[in-house]
Every structure is written in C-alpha cells, then in structure tokens.
Write a protein that binds this ligand. Sequence first.
Ligand code: PAF
Length: 252
Amino acid sequence: MQKASLQWRRSGKRVVLVPTMGALHEGHAALIRRAKQLGDRVVVSSYVNPTQFNQNKDYRRYPKRPSQDAKIAKAAGADVLFRPAQLYAPDASTWVVEMDQSKGRCGKHRPNHFRGVATVVTKLFGILQPDVAVFGEKDLQQCEVVERLARDLFLPIRVVRHPTVREKDGLAMSSRNLRLNPHQRELAGFWALSVRAAARKGAAGARAHLKKLLRRLKGVRLEYVEVTGGYLCAAAWVGPVRLIDNRKCGMK
Ligand code: PAF
C-alpha cells in the first residue's frame, strides 16, 4: 500500500485517505464522495483498531461486514479499500499521545482511547502519506485531536472535517447503531432529538436542558454533557451501545 501510494504521489496524483473501522454506512459514503472531490486517488482504510477500545467486549463485538464494505466503498468512488490485517508488531512500543484536546469529554470517560486513535492515525499517515485525510464531525473531539497532532508533528496533511450525516429521525449515523434492537433504536432517535432541542437553548442553558429531557427518557443513560467551543457535546448509553453526538450551540 505504501509503495502504491508513493508512486501515485510521484506521478503527481493527490492521495486522499478516509480512515474507518469498517461496517461502512451512508455516513462513510459521504466522506468518500467528499474525498473524491479533494484528490485523484481515494484510499479507504478499514481496520478495527484494538488500542482505542477500553472494553475488550466492545472491541470483539464491533460490527464487521467486509463484503458490503467493498461494495459501499466502490460505489462511493474509492479507488482502494485498504484492510490491513495488523498494524502493531508484537513488540510495538511507540505511542502517539496528544495531551490537550484529548482531555475531558470522551477522553475522560474512555481512558487511552485517544492515545489509540492518535497512534493508529499516525501509522496510517505514515503508510499512505496522503495529501488530505477526511474525518466525520460526529467524532468532533477526534477531529480536534487529529488536527492538533498533524499540526504539532508538522505533517504535511490537510485534515478535512465533514458534517455529520444523520438518519431521518436525526440519529447520527454510526456503525454501532447496527447493534441497537428496534426499541433501543427508537430511544436512540429520541436521544438525538433531545441533543438538538438542548442545543437550541443556547450555550448557557443547553446542559441543564439535556439532563432534564433525558431524565424523562427511561433507557437512555447520560454519560456526559458539555458545552465547548460553541458545540454541545454529549455521550449516552442505550442498552449496550454508547452513542455520541454534538450540535452547534448559539450564545443565547
Ligand atoms: O473514527 C474512526 O472510525 C476511528 O477512530 C479511526 C479514525 C478510523 C481510527 O481507528
């Protein structure tokens, strides 16, 4: 993969990376279509990165749909679906740790999660040396961490954020949604609506409003809610599935 990518770059092609953990959905397809506009060769990586999971159970249960992934990636315009078997040597001993943007929110509730993300993204950047990499804004803190690491390490890679793609009822698309049963899926829709309604209250009132709305929604357990950088960011559990979301939040 590295040879192919270097050859493309030498022949003047712009390489765009869309990093994923597979189980592709319409949200990923939107990232791939965006990538297509930003360069000449689009590589979609699919690798369920063990080091970013805090629970082994969550890692093992992460959905896998390789044949469907290939179809979705191709239809959206990917040139290559890169599925490395392993990105860690048995004696791998190097971590990439971002120390500021990864504090708080998901960083607080998922110890070492962003260390795993920063490390694997740096490995993918090293393999592909892309001109551009596209990340979904659903994982807002992840975007912030990757932007900071690219800046701090002087990586000549443009990190592009793509807006969150949502289901009809407002639920942010995520591979994890596949693990919700029909009742939980309905609750997840109400969770998304609650986040939107809370954000509309403006920065000062959003947190309290979300807490109030979710107290009434049995079956949704709020993990955190914070307003930061003009966004309302929250995470909650619906059954065994952890959902995150964020919405722009005005200064009302
Ligand atoms: O957003 C994801 O799917 C993952 O965190 C990423 C960026 C592919 C790293 O494993």
